[in-house]
Write a protein that binds this ligand. Structure first.
Ligand SMILES: NC(=O)c1ccc[n+]([C@@H]2O[C@H](COP(=O)([O-])OP(=O)(O)OC[C@H]3O[C@@H](n4cnc5c(N)ncnc54)[C@H](OP(=O)(O)O)[C@@H]3O)[C@@H](O)[C@H]2O)c1
Length: 325
């Protein structure tokens, strides 16, 4: 099979497309013929050796796929050959086939196409877990989403809206803000042309109840200064590249909370809650409350380009890879 290979940690440009042996499922595993693979920010960090998970080299990146089950390992009863699935293999997804733990895969609803599905579970799963479990977001509350046109950001905008919150979306361009408004944000803040702290004071003088922050850097403190009494900061990621340091008096003065969100580990620790959350998400897609946005679909040969769109701040919503068939 064809697979993208990272022979050593380094720039995305060092990835190569190679011929590799077809994978064989072991006990508890399924072999998936990949029809689409989601491109996620952590995939790029992993290639650069900057992610908390550092696989032995060589490895094939790609943490999220959608496709068809082609073979079953021993002791797999939940799936049959021919099932349409989404799976989180961790690595190996930027290829024509991958082996995944059956417990890290779910059957796809009939109405969901592979491209949409491959970019769905990680970002929508993270944002639902963040907003509902970690942030305890309630209907009628105000939610601020930073990096709102990115993968997890756009998912948080849609989920926040579906949960009945008033959503303020913040992003770096008016074009990105137009997209997030089309996906349910009530108000947009362009933090390239306006000061986030000043704008928040004007738009939400009483403060925002939840801040969803996948960006970090200087924006985090500005957002925390806009928290309401009892407000919650959700620490999701640091796409800006800088892990912010926060004056804790800002939390004391508001009885505020800062809460980490680590979806991947949570899904492994709480598989039943994860399955229930995914069902809730699929139901929202079926009812039209969520409309996942695929920004671009690239062939495997153009994986570097696809990753560069995500890491270079240009992508809106999801970028996916589609192996040729
Ligand atoms: N905690 C978890 O469980 C979890 C799960 C998934 C992802 N994450 C993390 O969440 C973050 C976002 O992931 P994602 O998949 O949504 O990525 P993404 O689609 O690339 O979105 C990231 C957003 O961050 C903003 N950004 C600001 N400065 C940036 C910079 N220097 N480079 C790139 N983007 C920058 C961009 O929005 P503007 O241009 O509008 O500023 C961009 O849209 C990553 O750090 C990722 O590792 C965490």
């Amino acid at each position: 099979m064809k697979a993208i290979v990272c022979n050593e940690f380094g720039p995305i440009e060092t990835l190569t497309l190679e011929e590799r042996p077809d994978p064989v499922p072991g006990a508890g595993e399924i072999l998936i013929e990949i029809h689409a693979a989601g491109v996620n920010f952590p995939d790029g960090l992993m290639v650069r050796g900057e992610y908390q998970v550092k696989p032995p080299r060589p490895f094939t990146p790609g943490s999220e796929v959608a496709g068809i089950v082609r073979a079953l390992g021993e002791d797999v009863a939940r799936f049959a050959v021919g099932d349409r699935v989404v799976a989180l293999p961790g690595i190996g997804g930027f290829a024509e086939q991958v082996v995944a733990q059956a417990g890290r895969a779910l059957k796809l609803p009939d109405g969901m196409d592979f491209e949409t599905a491959s970019g769905f579970m990680l970002v929508y799963g993270t944002s639902l877990h963040g907003l509902a479990d970690c942030g305890r977001l309630q209907a009628g509350e105000t939610l601020l989403v930073l990096g709102a046109a990115g993968g997890v950001g756009l998912a948080a905008v849609e989920i926040g809206r579906a949960m009945g919150a008033r959503v303020i979306a913040a992003a770096s361009s008016d074009e990105k803000l137009a997209l997030v408004k089309a996906h349910g944000a009530e108000i947009g803040i362009n933090y390239t042309t306006a000061d986030l702290k000043t704008e928040l004071k004007r738009i939400a003088p009483g403060g925002v109840d939840v801040v969803y922050d996948p960006v970090g850097g200087a924006l985090t403190e500005a957002a925390v200064r806009g928290l309401a009494w009892g407000g919650r900061l959700l620490v999701v990621g640091f796409a800006a590249g800088e892990i912010p340091k926060l004056p804790l008096n800002l939390l004391l003065l508001r009885e505020g909370e800062a809460k980490g969100v680590f979806w991947g580990t949570w899904t492994a620790r709480e598989p039943a809650a994860h399955a229930a959350a995914v069902k809730r998400l699929f139901d929202w897609v079926a009812s039209g409350d969520l409309k996942p946005h695929v920004y671009g679909a690239y062939p495997l040969e153009r994986t570097g380009e696809a990753l560069a769109e995500v890491m270079g701040r240009r992508a809106q919503g999801k970028v996916v890879l589609v192996p040729a068939r």
